[in-house]
Design a protein. Structure first.
Length: 513
């Protein structure tokens, strides 16, 4: 008994020549007859299903459908044939599951169209399906989802608080953010308005930063504000705001850093610094008062006793019995004179009496002249006729600053000319000391034990002023101190310049080293 012959396929409704549009199409195209037999399959569909045209033609379409979906597919076929629709748009049925020749399943979208062709034996009905393999897209989507999950995991485990907002609403908050706000779960923050978690006085500044971040590709901007925790406590934070790339014009990300402890430590440090400065000022004042007292006692008490001793010795000279005794008495008188000079010098070192008796200008003028004599260099002094209208503390500080500046020049500058200027300018007292020496080096300023400039800076700061130290373009160093005054600078008197050989100036009552 011979085997039954294969059914004869009707003629293809399309030209399957290799150069036809059917062959050139990139989408998979499959046409079946009313028996669901494949009568046409293009190369794209052959690649999709992993078979050849010879293998597919004449076979049932169900071979390319997983067994568990074939019954549902048959129902859809009957419904489509019973309907009057000529086509079903792609995606209307959602995704369908296909089966490759190697048994691999894949997701696809289908566009189904009814085709009717007239032939010699009457009208024939066909159905053509245009298929799009979603495997690649789903693979990319899976990779994107995995990457998104990893990124969210990184954000969620970040040690700093991060939230992402769309408009005013929080759409993501990490664990650190939940901890910062005192929430047990970050999900409790999602959906809330950020301005419900910020203090009212912070709203305006944050809105401005958000608008800036969304308006342009500006760099990340920060704002220091305060937040309200779930328990009602307030924390001080720094919020960094930046737009999200490739997102809508309403989404921004914010990194929130809690600086409450840092701010508190800064306040404590500043308070400690102020207390140390007050202590330093108190010690300086106490030292100056002690210097004044000792200088007065040396000048008045010891000086008077030495003067009396000199007078008593002088009375012995006329009654000396012989020349040797007279010579010894004269020698003692000379020793007493040296002691008187030493006492005056020590007293002037401690506190120049003319600072109290004649004022700041006279004391500085004498100090400059004596320093020029001892250092052997030219010092030009420029003063105003009237003393600067400053407090006693500022008067003492300015004198000590000039003294310290000249001492530093003598020790380190190797200068041959120095200029000192003390005048009023724009409501301030301006002290300038400059020289033509080697100038200041960073190493010299910051070296251990270099307390001269530090002392000048602290004295200026205690009086509400400032110190600037630098080098001049032509060489040499420059020290500038500015102290505030209340007097009107417009009534400053005319200036005078005193050189190192100003012999007309009154001689000081004591000698300064």
């Amino acid at each position: 008994m011979s085997e039954p012959s294969a059914p004869t396929l009707p003629a293809s409704p399309f030209d399957q020549a290799p150069g036809s549009i059917f062959h050139a199409a990139r989408e998979a195209i499959v046409t079946v007859d009313d028996q669901q037999r494949i009568i046409m399959i293009n190369p794209a569909a052959q690649r999709m299903f992993g078979c050849t045209a010879a293998d597919a033609l004449g076979s049932s379409l169900s071979r390319f459908i997983p067994a568990r979906h074939r019954a549902a597919h048959a129902v859809h076929v009957r419904d489509f044939e019973a309907s009057e629709r000529s086509e079903v748009p792609m995606g209307e049925r959602g995704t369908i599951t296909g089966l490759r020749a190697n048994g691999e399943e894949f997701q696809a979208e289908a566009f189904i169209s009814r085709v009717e062709l007239a032939g010699a034996d009457g009208t024939r009905h066909y159905v053509t399906a245009l298929l799009r393999d979603l495997s690649h897209e789903q693979g990319l989507k899976a990779q994107l989802d995995a990457m998104k999950a990893r990124m969210l995991s990184v954000f969620d485990l970040a040690p700093v608080a991060i939230w992402i907002t769309d408009g005013e609403q929080i759409v993501f908050a990490n664990r650190a953010c939940a901890a910062l706000f005192g929430s047990a779960d970050s999900g409790a923050l999602v959906g809330r308005s950020i301005y419900a978690l910020l203090r009212p006085e912070s709203h305006r500044a944050v809105r401005q930063k958000v608008a800036q971040a969304l308006a342009s590709d500006a760099p990340v901007s920060t704002v220091t504000e305060r937040i309200a925790r779930m328990d009602g406590s307030v924390r001080e934070v720094v919020i960094a705001v930046a737009g999200l790339p490739d997102h809508s014009d309403t989404a921004v990300q914010m990194v929130i850093t809690d600086i409450t402890e840092r701010a508190r430590e800064g306040q404590l440090l500043e308070r400690s610094r102020r207390e140390l400065r007050r202590l330093s000022a108190s010690l300086v004042n106490a030292r100056e008062a002690e210097r004044r007292r000792i200088a007065r006692e040396l000048h008045d008490e010891l000086g008077q006793w030495l003067t009396a001793l000199k007078m008593e010795l002088s009375t012995l000279l006329p009654i000396a019995a012989h020349d040797e005794l007279a010579q010894r008495v004269g020698s003692m008188v000379s020793i007493v004179d040296e002691m008187v000079s030493s006492v005056r010098r020590i007293a002037s070192d401690l506190r120049p009496l003319m600072l109290d008796e004649l004022g700041l200008n006279a004391a500085v003028e004498w100090l400059v002249r004596e320093s020029s004599r001892r250092m052997g260099i030219e010092i030009v002094l420029r003063l105003e006729d009237a003393d600067p209208p400053v407090s006693e503390a500022a008067t003492i500080a300015l004198y000590r600053m000039v003294q310290e500046a000249l001492t530093n020049i003598a020790r380190h500058a190797r200068a041959s000319e120095v200029r000192v200027e003390l005048r009023r300018q724009s409501g301030e007292v301006l002290l300038t000391v400059q020289d033509n020496g080697v100038g200041f080096s960073e190493k010299e300023i910051s070296r251990e034990g270099a307390h001269g400039l530090m002392g000048i800076r602290e004295r200026a700061h205690m009086l509400g002023g400032q110190l600037q130290v630098g080098n001049m373009a032509g060489g040499g160093g420059r020290l500038e101190v500015r102290l505030p005054i209340e007097a009107d600078p417009s009534d400053a008197a005319a200036s005078r310049e005193v050189g190192p050989a100003d012999d007309d100036a009154p001689a000081p009552a004591a000698t300064e080293p």
